[in-house]
Design a protein around this ligand. Structure first.
Ligand code: MN
Length: 270
């Protein structure tokens, strides 16, 4: 008799859980999926995760997303796992509120609000990387501005804002774990390609996955080189002028496919 009761209880609990998973959660849009993304986009998103680990931008943490090709109100991003382990099967669809459309029990990154709120604020953005890119960290905590010192990082010209979570939330665990914090970060990014996060990392945005990967890689390299140049030059460094940066960025824009093809092939070959 007891066994039957327990079985009934367990069956009831399972049914309730199923209903809870199927039922709309408060504040979460549960409209139908925008449909499967283009296979190329999905392949590139997986590759971007692996490339950024290969290039020292991501480690066990950080995430990459792409706006859905069928619906600008949706984006694609892996469930909460280390970037190096991401496969196409791990990619979830999100609304701009950063809630998954159909998580089916899979967990999401705590800082997914970075992505939804930037896609909301920046219609031009089609891909986003959040990293703890190690060489940029000193520039987020010292007041030393990150500036382009060679042609590869010309996109940094015009200023790299630093977002301080303390100004937005006081003492916190440093994570962008709410829509309000995501909005605050998106506001600090403004129209720029990169924003630093004080004591945490950076966010890069782009119009494509190859572009945002390029920007993430060369933001990290520029930060490393700039710290070396400041040390070597006793503080004196000649940076690209705004005119040089504009010309260099325009020239390099036409060659983004070259490193992307290389990086992608290497990431697939391992
Ligand atoms: Mn983070």
């Amino acid at each position: 008799m007891i066994v039957v009761t327990r079985r009934r209880f367990v069956a009831g609990a399972v049914a309730a859980l199923g209903a809870a998973l199927a039922a709309p959660r408060p504040g979460a849009p549960q409209s139908a999926s925008a449909g499967p993304p283009a296979p190329q986009l999905l392949e590139d998103l997986v590759a971007a995760n692996h490339i950024l680990v290969d290039q020292g931008v991501l480690d066990g943490y950080g995430h990459v997303s792409a706006r859905h090709d069928r619906d600008p109100g949706r984006f694609l991003m892996s469930r909460s796992i280390a970037p190096e382990l991401v496969t196409a099967a791990d990619v979830l669809e999100y609304g701009l509120d950063s809630e998954p459309v159909a998580a089916a029990g899979r967990t999401s990154y705590l800082e997914r609000f970075i992505h939804g709120e930037i896609y909301r604020a920046r219609p031009d953005v089609r891909a986003i990387v959040h990293s703890h890119s190690p060489s940029v960290i000193p520039f987020g905590v010292t007041g030393a501005p990150l500036r382009p010192l060679y042609h590869m990082s010309a996109f940094l010209s015009g200023g790299v804002p630093v977002w301080d979570i303390h100004a937005a939330a006081g003492d916190s665990d440093m994570l962008v774990r709410t829509p309000a914090l995501g909005r605050s970060l998106a506001q600090a990014l403004g129209t720029r390609p990169v924003v630093l996060m004080r004591g945490h990392g950076a966010v890069a945005v782009g119009t494509s996955l190859p572009q945002v990967v390029f920007r993430s890689v060369y933001t990290e390299v520029n930060a490393r080189l700039q710290a070396q140049a400041i040390a070597l030059g006793g503080g004196h460094v000649t940076y690209l002028s705004p005119e040089e940066a504009a010309r260099a960025e325009a020239s390099i824009a036409g060659t983004l496919g070259r490193p992307w093809e290389l990086w992608k092939r290497k990431s697939l070959g391992r």
